[in-house]
Ligand binder design. Structure first.
Ligand SMILES: [Zn+2]
Length: 305
């Protein structure tokens, strides 16, 4: 059986990351570029990206696109700002244009898929959380993704026990509501809270370094974030009772975050039944890489059936 070419593409409002693999699992190319800010341009850019891969490596047979919850669930379509793009429409466009199999997954699905060791867990249940430029949450039972309405709209549901005096007011979210979970837990959300408290801009990377160095403002913002994260995860943990919680995305990279999150969760929930919390290995290609591994799997399943 000859090797075919598959791609994993992750899209967020800032960038498009892509990883190109052969169906036998050899990675041949990585690319990152800026993301255009409207649907027609984005669709065009993706077509150029795929075409250049076809030209270099041969026919592409399967593509998986990873997006955050908002781009996955937003129901309107064309000719609108990127915050209102529906990823399913992009997948249909690409599929019609190139004739390959193209599907959309959430960043939390791609994040989990990027770590084969975790995905191999067949017994027990896993909650996968991604916190990055956007956020998303997915649930897996016996190694298989399980549709849960609780997860589908998690990032754009209200922050539990929101108190504006403690959590701070938010601007209007890209979904049109206010005080959404994503507005507190995304990279931008944490940076916005830093600005609200300190009245200065600081990148999340610098906030994390500040926590390491004992900087008082960074530590205060980080602790507030951990508490907001614990509150946001309480209901999914109680309802779905996962054995494992897997974290991916840049906002989950602080080295001791899993331990601090566990302590924060145990303030609200019996620590005996808390999931084991693990942080996925990270770089900015994590979602595109996970999507490419999913594309290999889809491609090979398709050939077998
Ligand atoms: Zn929202």
């Amino acid at each position: 059986m000859s090797d075919s070419v598959v791609m994993g593409i992750s899209i967020d409002p800032q960038s498009i990351h892509s990883v190109t693999n052969t169906s036998s699992g050899r990675e041949v190319y990585r690319n990152v570029q800026n993301c255009p800010d409207d649907f027609p341009k984005l669709s065009e850019r993706l077509k150029q990206l795929v075409s250049s891969n076809v030209w270099r490596f041969g026919k592409v047979t399967t593509v998986v696109i990873s997006v955050c919850e908002h781009l996955q669930t937003f129901s309107n379509g064309r000719n609108s700002r990127l915050s209102q793009v529906n990823a399913a429409q992009l997948a249909i466009d690409l599929s019609n244009h190139f004739g390959f199999d193209c599907s959309v997954v959430s960043t939390s699905q791609a994040g989990l898929a990027s770590d084969c060791n975790i995905l191999d867990v067949d017994n027990g249940s896993v909650l996968s959380l991604s916190l990055d430029i956007g956020c998303s949450l997915s649930f897996y039972k016996n190694g298989k993704w399980s549709a849960q309405s609780l997860c589908r709209h998690w990032a754009h549901s209200p922050l539990p026990d929101f108190q504006w005096l403690i959590d701070g007011l938010t601007p209007v979210c890209r979904c049109g509501r206010e005080a959404c979970i994503e507005q507190f837990l995304s990279i931008e959300g944490i940076e916005r809270q830093y600005h609200q408290v300190v009245l200065q801009d600081r990148s999340l990377a610098d906030i994390f370094s500040g926590v390491e160095e004992g900087d008082i403002h960074s530590t205060r913002v980080y602790r507030a974030f951990i508490d907001q994260l614990a509150r946001s995860l309480l209901l999914p943990i109680e309802e779905l009772a996962p054995k494992q919680l897997v974290l991916s995305g840049f906002a989950t990279t602080y080295p001791s975050l899993n331990k601090e999150l566990r302590v924060a969760l145990s303030r609200y929930h019996s620590s005996d039944s808390l999931p084991v919390i693990s942080q996925n290995s990270q770089d900015s290609f994590v979602f595109a890489y996970g999507a490419a591994l999913m594309a290999i799997k889809n491609n090979n399943n398709h050939l077998r059936s």
